[in-house]
Design a protein around this ligand. Structure first.
Ligand SMILES: CC(C)(COP(=O)(O)OP(=O)(O)OC[C@H]1O[C@@H](n2cnc3c(N)ncnc32)[C@H](O)[C@@H]1OP(=O)(O)O)[C@@H](O)C(=O)NCCC(=O)NCCS
Length: 280
């Protein structure tokens, strides 16, 4: 059993290995090569510091784990071991490798997320000194042309902004975003849109998002003035009025007043992640 840097493998080999390790996963998340490459680019994955455990005799990838690096922060992701090779120390070998790489790079804090209810992974992360930080919601909304008129009537003014302005809004957020929603992610992504919304009662908020043909993704909402639930409902209502046909996915936001606003416009919880961190 050898531990090899991920950049020694092709994207095809890594995608296949990743999918094999996730055959029995709690939430199915298969990837194709294009998505895998997009993922590593957008989330700043350092391939030479990511680890693959390889059985040279069987010529088989037993498991892998990836390390994202931004300034003095690290992020562990895509960790997985083949189902029949588990509980033999492979997951621990990968974690030790990723933490050693983090230390070499001078990373101060390593972050990760685990799906709530994934006990094997959660236990593994506790064993390696990670602590729970907060719960994050992943939510979806099917296309639905019925928009609450009252939420639209509360709106005084809507300003549409381009990608560059969306990045400026994102870089001024009050709350610390999760790795997936950090400003670096959106700088790496393309074609963000933003709507800045003012209500008659003085409430203010904005949404940034990527509008694909079939899906709205990369959603972030912030309420700058007013009731978080009410402002979010209006902000999302105007966005969905302009994008009636798309399905929407919103990832890794906190369970707060903003989430209540999401629910008012038809979002439902898909699953939750637990954000964890370890100081180095
Ligand atoms: C999580 C995962 C990577 C662990 O890999 P592994 O090779 O089985 O891990 P190890 O053999 O090194 O186990 C290390 C520790 O993890 C924990 N652990 C692993 N499997 C466990 C299980 N089924 N139940 C409870 N704890 C478990 C234990 O603390 C274990 O230490 P111990 O054996 O001293 O009790 C593996 O189960 C997996 O690939 N799961 C599917 C993908 C996944 O969940 N990835 C993580 C996404 S965040």
């Amino acid at each position: 059993m050898k531990i090899i840097p991920a950049d020694q493998f092709t994207p095809e080999e890594l995608t296949d290995a990743y999918n094999e390790t996730r055959m029995d996963y709690l939430v199915p998340m298969p990837m194709n090569v294009a998505r895998f490459q997009e993922y590593t680019r957008v989330y700043d994955i350092n391939m030479s510091c990511s680890c693959v455990v390889y059985d040279a005799e069987a010529e088989l990838v037993l498991g892998l784990g990836m390390l994202g690096v931004r300034a003095d922060r690290g992020w562990i992701t895509r960790l997985g071991v083949l189902p029949y090779g588990r509980r033999l120390g492979t997951g621990s070998t990968i974690m030790s490798g990723l933490l050693a790489q983090s230390e070499n790079l001078g990373v101060k804090t390593v972050w990760l997320e685990v799906i709530k209810g994934n006990t094997p992974a959660h236990q593994l992360f506790y064993k390696f000194g990670f602590q729970d930080v907060r719960e994050l919601v992943v939510a979806r909304r099917p296309p639905n042309p019925d928009i609450n008129q009252a939420a639209l009537d509360r709106i005084k003014r809507v300003t549409s902004l381009n990608h560059e302005d969306a990045i400026i809004l994102l870089s001024h957020r009050k709350e610390r975003p999760n790795w997936l929603n950090e400003t670096e992610t959106f700088q790496n992504a393309r074609n963000l849109s933003a709507l800045l919304v003012e209500l008659h009662n003085g409430g203010r908020g904005w949404v940034t998002y990527h509008a694909g043909l079939l899906q709205l993704t990369r959603l972030v909402v912030e309420v700058t003035v007013g009731d978080p639930c009410e402002v979010t409902e209006s902000v999302l209502s105007i966005m969905h009025q302009r994008h009636k046909r798309q399905d929407t996915i919103a990832e890794n936001f906190c369970d707060d007043g903003i989430w209540q606003g999401f629910q008012k416009v038809g979002y439902f919880e898909s699953f939750r992640r637990v954000e964890m961190k370890r100081e180095m």
